[in-house]
Ligand binder design. Sequence first.
Ligand SMILES: [Zn+2]
Ligand SMILES: [Zn+2]
Length: 581
Amino acid sequence: MEKQHLDNLRHSCAHLLAAAVMELWPDTKRTIGPSIEDGFYYDFDFGAVKVSEADFPAIEEKMHELVKTWKTFERSEVTKQEALSAYKDNEYKKELIEEFSGENATLTFYQSGTYSDLCRGGHSPHPNNDLKHFKLLSVAGAYWRGSEKNKMLTRIYGTCFPTRKELDAYLEAQEEAKKRDHRKLGKELELFLVSQSVGAGFPLYMPKGFIVKRELERWIMDEKESRGYQFVWTPHVAKSDLYKQSGHWQKYDAMMSPMKIDEDDYVVKPMNCPHHFQIYSERPRSYRELPLRIAENATVYRFEKAGEVNGLLRVRSLTQDDSHIFVRHSQIAEEIDRILDLAMYVYKTFGFSDFKARISVRDTKNPDKYMGDPKNWDLAERALIDAVTKRGMPNFVGEGEAAFYGPKIDIVVKDALGREWQLTTCQLDFVQPENFHLRYIDEEGKEQSPAVLHVAILGSVDRFMAILIEQYKGAFPLWLAPVQTVLIPIAERHNEAVFSVLAKLKAMGIRAEADTRSQPMQAKIRDHTLQKVPYLAIIGDTEVSGNTVSIRSRHGENLKDIRLDDFFAKLKTEIETKAIS
Ligand SMILES: [Zn+2]
Ligand SMILES: [Zn+2]
């Protein structure tokens, strides 16, 4: 279905919702009901009445009943006075009417059945035929016109589709997303917590979550090191002047407020670029040193609105796998190719096979908007597009989307639920090297200015973790699993054998535990399976005498009497190959 038709259908459904609400609670004050990305909402002032999700069945029933009488949306033009008198006690609609009529526009009402509402139009032509497959989804508080200064209204969200099949598929996907919600799994699996005492948007990693984060970070560091990146560490706080020089102070609205140290203003860092530039310009650089790749897994701090922070997806303290690559202009193409190589390798490792590149280039009609030599821009844009097309990567070129300081590539990845996430970014920059007077000496002894590539492969490690938790439903591949295997004795007399195997696993660097609690074996199996432990190794009389274990996977597969050496080898191979199970 065409987007406009779907929007019309959903907005019509918002009318229907309001009609049902007015029948059930006639004193309600209606406000607005637009269609949105996945459905629609309507904001109501219910006065003293408290409406919740428990009321949805009654509202939906009323909607189904009313829609039978809705043959069409009848348009009528009204004067401002007529409009105002239709909403005598509704200050919200009155505010809207004052605004609309002030623009000299025609005020219109749309009537279906006995229900009419102030509206600009855009409806389904035959509501009694088209409006059948809808569902109310949730209730939330929402300020009138989005301002905290105004009254808090009750927003009811719903969705509507042309067919039952599409509605069911949507609801099913929603259910699946709820089960995978990283905030829910993060709590159940003891990965991270958000403590109100610490603050919204500042998540704390618990021991198990930190293992996953540490493994991810170690791995990406190792991969970068083997590709010639050099790691550094820089402090979390710097003088505000540093960011004035970089231009962030003036332009970047996610800066935190400054604090005083000695006589100077300091700020927690929102990004690492100017720190890495200090390292670059610590001494004169020769062309022989380029490309110079400075990397850091660094925690940076950015202001996000309290209402917008979300688990690990959107935080105020995020760890980036950041790097700044200093290159000669002639090296840009090759370096981009190397970056894409690493990004592809990373995605493959996690089983992401559906991705595309967004290339942001200049607006050719406004060449003056951009800083730096147009010749360099031409080269750089060509290099980005070539690097992506050479690989046969699906891509699209966003003309006019480049920042004033350089073009960039973003890679958008689709997860197990078909949702898209922007992960890798690779931003070319011709301007910062000038702001910080970065130079190198070329073959002829002349001073030249390098270009800088700002690159993050995982992006925010926190956000990447949130995506992985949802992608794997908490069942991490063995190499990332916080507890890789749990040993379970069948009876107490097998404890000694269990501890001996445990010692061997630990010596191999496997994250293993023994569960010798005095509980039935089935209860233990259930507990650890819920915790998504990849392998449980069960040891009883047969296993002790044969030097074997019986393995049970978190997916319920059983392998009886596996030789200990084979079990060890299996774990080792799976970890080394980063197998996805
Ligand atoms: Zn309407
Ligand atoms: Zn940067």
